[in-house]
Design a protein around this ligand. Structure first.
Ligand SMILES: Nc1ncnc2c1ncn2[C@@H]1O[C@H](COP(=O)(O)OP(=O)(O)OP(=O)(O)O)[C@@H](O)[C@H]1O
Ligand SMILES: [Mg+2]
Length: 266
């Protein structure tokens, strides 16, 4: 672990009109580590990562990336700064081929660009190789449509793209949420591969097993505030589960569901 954080959030607040969503968030994200961002539905996780990916601007507070102020005016700005985000609920292009989607939105660098000097085949070869390098060897044809890939393959494609274009921060908003056990395990392995390349990964999940499998560092949001911040090994699985689910809230919810079910027989 490097001793200096790559990304630092200081005193971040975010409101939408009268609605306060995030309160005084302070957080450090290190290169070569996986930070798991945990918390109940509506806690503010996606909002927080939208601030990091240039979708929203903080109401107050500062973000620094590699010791420089990072006030992103747009997602393009964040992506140019090396922050790659795979948003919750996809964000891929179902009707595009693997090869084409891989290069979408990538500005030509130094006069070269996949669709200027690269032909379709080259774009396909690069995309397929990048995905296969992450262990998804089932993908062999870059002309296949993204919409025909499984959820795990789509996540792998998005991660491969981020790694290929040199992201230093990779943000994954619930990448394993819709996946079966095997597919999720595959995505988790890819997360660890990105970490091994020195990338700072921010991984949002509701799954305590997934979090504990890959996380080096954990931050828990409860109602828009950071309720806990700890490193691997500092809390037991039970403690983490309680924090993630909001502890007592879960027990209450369970009681509510039971009472609803008994008064509304199927
Ligand atoms: N553009 C917006 N305008 C108003 N309120 C918003 C906006 N975006 C988010 N919110 C509110 O902010 C709160 C946090 O939402 P957010 O999507 O960040 O939660 P989350 O932790 O990602 O939840 P989940 O686990 O369900 O994905 C919610 O109450 C949501 O309704
Ligand atoms: Mg969310």
């Amino acid at each position: 672990m490097m001793t200096r954080p790559l990304l630092t959030l200081s005193g971040i607040n975010k409101s939408f009109g009268p609605i306060d969503v995030l309160h005084d968030i302070n957080l450090e994200v290190y290169p070569g580590e996986v930070l798991c961002l945990l918390g109940d539905n509506g806690a503010g996780k996606s909002t927080l990562i939208r601030l990091l990916s240039g979708v929203h601007k903080p109401t107050s507070g500062t973000i620094t990336l590699a010791d420089k102020p990072a006030a992103f005016a747009s997602p393009r700005d964040a992506s140019n700064a090396g922050i790659a985000t795979v948003h919750q609920f996809g964000g891929t292009f179902p009707l595009m081929s693997i090869g084409r989607s891989f290069f979408v939105g990538e500005e030509p660098k130094k006069g070269w660009g996949p669709f200027k000097t690269f032909d379709r085949k080259t774009a396909n070869d690069i995309a397929v190789k990048a995905v296969r390098d992450l262990g998804i060897t089932r993908i062999t044809d870059g002309d296949r449509l993204v919409g025909g890939l499984s959820g795990g393959e789509r996540q792998a494609l998005a991660i491969a793209r981020a790694v290929h274009f040199g992201a230093s921060v990779l943000i994954l908003d619930e990448p394993t949420a819709a996946l079966g056990v095997k597919e999720a395990a595959h995505v988790l392995r890819i997360v660890l591969q990105a970490r091994q390349k020195g990338i700072a990964v921010i991984f949002i999940t509701h799954n305590v097993v997934h979090a504990l499998t890959v996380g080096d560092h954990f931050a828990v949001l409860i109602k828009g505030a950071k309720a806990a911040d700890f490193r691997k090994g500092e809390k037991t699985r039970e403690e983490v589960t309680d924090l993630m689910a909001g502890g007592e809230q879960m027990a209450e919810l369970e009681a509510e569901i039971k009472s609803y079910m008994s008064s509304h027989p199927v």
